[in-house]
Design a protein around this ligand. Sequence first.
Ligand code: SF4
Ligand code: SF4
Ligand code: SF4
Length: 702
Amino acid sequence: MYSVNIDPWKCSGCLECVDVCGPGALTEQRQNSTVLASLQNEFEFLSKTHNTPVRFWENATRPGGDAKRLILDHDNYYAMTGGHGACRGCGEVTAIRMLMATNRAIHEKKRMDHIRELEGLTEGLGAKMDRVPHDDNDPGRLERMRQTRRTLETRLYRFESGPTGRGPAGAAIANATGCSSVYASTFPNNPYTDPWVNSLFQDAVPVAKGIFEGLSASAVEDFRALRSAKLDLEDHYNPEIHDGFFRTFDWEQFSEEELGLLPAVISMGGDGATYDIGFGALSRLLVTATPIKVVVLNTGAYSNTGGQTSTASFTAQDSDLTRFGVAHIGKHEDRKELGLIAAFHPKVLVIQTNAALQGHFMKNVMEFLTYNASPALLDTYTTCQSEHGIADDAGSRRAGLAVESRMSPVFVHDPRRGDTLAERFSLDGNPDIGKDWTMTTLEYLDDNGQARLKEIPFTPADFALHEGRFKKHFHAAGGSDDLVPVNKYIELRVEERHDKTPFVWSTDADRKLVRLAVSTAIVDLTEERRRNWRMLEYLSGLHVDRMQESHHQELEQWQQRYQQSNTDRENSIDSIARGMAELASTSGAPASSGTQALPLSEITTTLGGTALSEVGAGGGDSVLVEITEDDMATCTNCKTCYQDLSELFEKTKIMVDGAPREVGRVIPGVLERTEITSELIQRASRVADDCDAEIIRFHRPN
Ligand code: SF4
Ligand code: SF4
Ligand code: SF4
């Protein structure tokens, strides 16, 4: 049975689900007593049905698995219970629910594995104690094993059920004051099923550090017992070495595995708390090895204060509480890049992501929650409907567009991937890496009232046009203005910009195409975001890739020239041979074929062909993935292909039955220029399996 039900006790009516699921999947309905009763009946029935069978989500936490599926397990979904007190459609609550569901899935798997380990150790110790002989060098061995076994049995009880009946908590959360603390703490209710405490704006990180120190101190005895049990079972415990070691044993000597057995200690806060007021404390944490997970719910709007600019706010952004009238240009400073600051601490895992890219978000949240070598930072772009000036149902849509427009690109800095920045930085998840802008499609009506599509570069200015916080920067362009599209305008030198007006394309109330002039502040924003994107590209090694690409092109040109010169030479040998044969026939001498060009021709063709086909590993006859034009019309826009494999797929708009429709497609020509690695094959195969409309044809290369 497949069923989608709405919980009528918690639905706030934002309609984001209708937007995210796409046309025809869900529809809005005005609530009345009949609708409510029917929704309640359906939901109560659903609550009594079995959990989703394990086979549908068991690979979710495995490497390469489909992380999104973990939410199918009811227990994971209810890692947070109740509704929330946030504004309708708030992007923060989606991010938090997905974070806590992921943590619960990881924790539950670890808990079950650890229970099996503890059962094995306690049984092993019991059996061993019966046959341990007295040893003058270790007279206390039997008593130590008894004590160790008691400690492990207590731990086993706590992991199997403990006082709560649910085993130990999977997380402990220190929440800075802000929206996330307010909507989560409507006394006496709280949606978290894990311990949660609220502190001041600036204190979440220090409180988390205190919680971590307390939890790890109380785990010392258990981890000593775990290690001691293993040593005694292998007859490797040496009192002279180990008694002293365990006397001063503390968390800095815990193994990664042991650290993974502690609840995830999460510091949570908004941009005001983390970028600004609590920045000093965060900075201190980043140079330690304390494995605290720092979550930034980044609205860039200091939302809980009623809206101010923070250092995370964008250039040109207006805020409710820092407004100086229409003449003011909004924020004039550049944005602080907290993720980059953190990434320049070589051991810190940094993830800048966004819950609209569900696959990217959940896969990387899994890395974030299980990384224990050092602190980890998760900076997630979240919409704030009131401070961004967007509709209640627009959270996911706008967050996705923030990535596409380069306003808030996603990236990962993972210290485990290598020593160089290029190895550690990944921009996977962003569209059109290597280009300043991706393209988008504008729908409009032509003079005959026909629906038309226009392809335009999607810049931060195009993004800003649709949010209230940037509203005052756009005006109808005058008829006599010398208009230049903003993406071209920023390419001009300052002196060339004189008398020119930058603009963006839009549509008016009648859906006719219009041009809107943009302010200098929006020009600054566009330039600043492009600088940031280029910096990320540089850090991810794109300059190296570009150098290799240009070297590769040069090599290809030389090979073509070499082949051409051989062909020319071959032709001239052919004509000499022909001339000699003619001469011989006219003179009566025997014809010789010793200088025929055939062998030379074979050699040069083979040499050239081999080199070229090796270089173009993605080309040739193999088409790894394809979507036919007919099939494209049936795409349900589930977003899986272009979000999870943006190297090969992209979003586009096509006309279906006279109406524009957003669909996924294979990027034209991409397979000829992409190196087909085994990792790419694996990912492409998974994306094809997960295609909602089942229209991606996957061909495994031989
Ligand atoms: S997304 Fe909004 S409208 Fe849809 S079920 Fe959730 S709260 Fe209700
Ligand atoms: S003010 Fe903004 S961030 Fe705060 S709860 Fe409302 S929508 Fe969410
Ligand atoms: S092609 Fe398939 S995977 Fe891609 S958006 Fe459409 S339905 Fe989803």
